[in-house]
Design a protein around this ligand. Structure first.
Ligand code: AMP
Length: 218
């Protein structure tokens, strides 16, 4: 059973890398951002408020996201483990996760601000299934259409430059302290992705190497 979490700023490549790694370990890839976006397709008042929070680049409340996450990991397909992409994002979330399950590996995508901003300028996403692409290095095979589900490819509102900068600040304030949290638990592995020209495939290879090395040594 493998329970892996990915930590890293938006645009660090954790989305694409974790999507590619999940089938290798035969475990589901769970993106909390995507879970929320899917649940927002039905419009209601709470949904509207959450959408506004996301579009400002802020985090939604720990209570709500923890409920969503708990429900998702209680699904049968998580019996063999899972990859969490975008959770936990605060110390409270990490502490609660720690109470309900033992995480095996925390992968930290260590990326400079420049790379984050540059990568995000080219990020596009499938509106239907949430698959992430990059206009430069990892475009969909058919322009505007998802390889997976043939859904429409869009640019997320929260990937706009100003919102992106806000998300980066939120990451530094609220999520970065988790690096020490997992270091202390001795389950942290670092992946340095500090070259703008590094392709998603190269990032994925680096992540696989880090995970395999961690598994060998533990
Ligand atoms: P992501 O798709 O991971 O970039 O997440 C998009 C947005 O969803 C974030 O900017 C937050 O508003 C919200 N979100 C996703 N995961 C979490 C989380 N673990 N805690 C709070 N908000 C989250």
């Amino acid at each position: 059973m493998k329970k892996i979490i990915f930590l890293g700023p938006p645009g660090s490549g954790k989305g694409i890398a974790s999507q590619k790694i999940a089938p290798i370990f035969n475990i589901p890839h769970i993106s909390t951002g995507e879970l929320i976006r899917q649940s927002l397709k039905e419009e209601n008042q709470i949904g509207k408020e959450i959408k506004e929070i996301m579009e400002r680049g802020e985090l939604i409340s720990d209570e709500i996201i923890i409920e969503i996450l708990k429900e998702r990991i209680s699904n049968k397909d998580c019996n063999k483990g899972f990859i969490l992409d975008g959770f936990p994002r605060t110390i409270t979330q990490a502490e609660i996760l720690n109470q309900i399950i033992d995480i095996d590996i925390a992968v930290h995508m260590n990326v400079t601000d420049n790379v984050v901003i540059e990568r995000n300028s080219a990020r596009i996403t499938c509106k239907e299934c949430g698959k992430i692409y990059n206009l430069k290095d990892f475009p969909p095979k058919m322009q505007g259409m998802c390889n997976n589900c043939k859904g429409e490819i869009i640019r997320r509102k929260d990937d706009d430059l100003e919102i992106m900068k806000e998300r980066l600040e939120v990451y530094k304030k609220q999520t970065l302290p988790l690096i020490d949290f997992y270091k202390e638990k001795e389950i942290l592995t670092e992946v340095f992705c500090d070259k703008i020209e590094q392709t998603p495939e190269q990032t994925f290879q680096k992540v696989m190497e880090a995970i395999n090395k961690f598994i060998e040594n533990n």
